[in-house]
Design a binder for this molecule. Structure first.
Ligand code: NAD
Ligand code: 0WE
Length: 255
């Protein structure tokens, strides 16, 4: 008997087996959930199909979250195949690589808008199109980072986008609460993923976390997956609009 037996949902953001979204998918599958996956492009489709297949998933759809039409098409397909869904996992982010090393004041209008569009706004249409399929209630989880709250060196425009994402979580949670749809974020500590491998000095960020976090180590995709499982399951039916830190206590520790 699993925590997620009989529940169905869709996961946005698997790129490979190191993705945080994949850590979440594995936990949901072990708990008995039925999963659909989306991928950004054909290059990633080659990685996502076998991973999804290994969890028994057959609904694997393309989606660039920069397009409302592509997001709408995903939920239209889910409605045709399943009728209703119980959860959505949003684990996507993107900013121009140069904007994660240049001084923040040098961020271009285009770079700012791109980071906001993909990393923050996308949660809004995702929620909008998911809502009609969540007639019995549901749970939506997105991924954030401490850079939303603090000025973390080099996180720059992504920090501003994560601040907008976390505020969006609160506004969506406030609006959808009466329909028993919950919206929360997991704020993860640094983890070596594809998105992180594009960051200069990422090793240093992991090292700082190992030295200064209360638990004296980094966190894993599995740990983010387990916290997400809690937020997506009926263990957390009283929880919405929350930013749930999975960072070994780093956020509470000054030094
Ligand atoms: P990842 O590279 O495995 O995942 C990022 C995903 O975003 C990829 O699957 C990529 O295809 C997708 N993506 C980018 N642009 C997209 C678009 N236009 N449309 C659809 N998908 C798009 O890296 P990850 O670290 O697993 O990142 C997942 C989430 O976790 C992100 O929101 C990231 O900000 C967040 N996060 C990461 C860390 C970390 O240290 N790795 C820490 C905290 C939060
Ligand atoms: O959200 C992120 C990273 C998201 C990300 C990563 C890339 C790299 C490749 C967004 N866009 C891009 N664009 C690319 O071209 N994290 C939480 C991981 C991360 O990134 C940092 C961090 C941490 C932690 C950047 C600077 C400082 C710390």
């Amino acid at each position: 008997m699993g925590l997620m037996d009989g529940k169905r949902g869709v996961i946005f953001g698997v790129a490979n087996d190191r993705s945080i979204a994949w850590g979440v998918a594995q936990q949901l599958h072990e708990a008995g959930a039925e999963l659909a996956f989306t991928y950004l492009n054909e290059a990633l489709e080659k990685r996502v199909r076998p991973l999804a297949g290994s969890l028994g998933s057959t609904i694997i759809l393309p989606c660039d979250v920069g397009s409302d039409d592509e997001i709408a098409a995903v939920f239209k397909e889910l409605e045709q195949q399943w009728g209703t869904i119980d959860f959505v996992v949003h684990a996507v982010a993107f900013a121009n690589r140069e904007d994660l090393k240049r001084p923040f004041s040098q961020t271009s209008r285009e770079g700012f808008n791109l980071a906001m569009d993909i990393s923050a706004y996308s949660l809004v249409p995702m929620t909008r199109y998911a809502m009609p399929l969540m007639s019995a209630g549901g749970s939506i989880v997105t991924m954030s980072y401490l850079g939303a709250m603090l000025a973390v060196p080099d996180y720059n425009v992504m920090g501003v986008a994560k601040a907008a994402l976390e505020a969006s979580v609160r506004y969506l949670a406030a609006e959808l609460g009466p329909q028993k749809i919950r919206v929360n974020a997991v704020s993860a500590g640094p983890i070596k993923t594809l998105a992180a491998s594009g960051i200069g000095n990422f090793k240093q960020k992991l090292h700082t976390m190992e030295e200064r976090s209360p638990l004296r180590r980094t966190v894993t995709q599995e740990e983010v997956g387990k916290a997400s499982l809690y937020l997506l399951s009926d263990l957390s039916t009283g929880v919405t609009g929350e930013i749930h830190y999975v960072d070994g206590g780093f956020n509470i520790s000054a030094l």
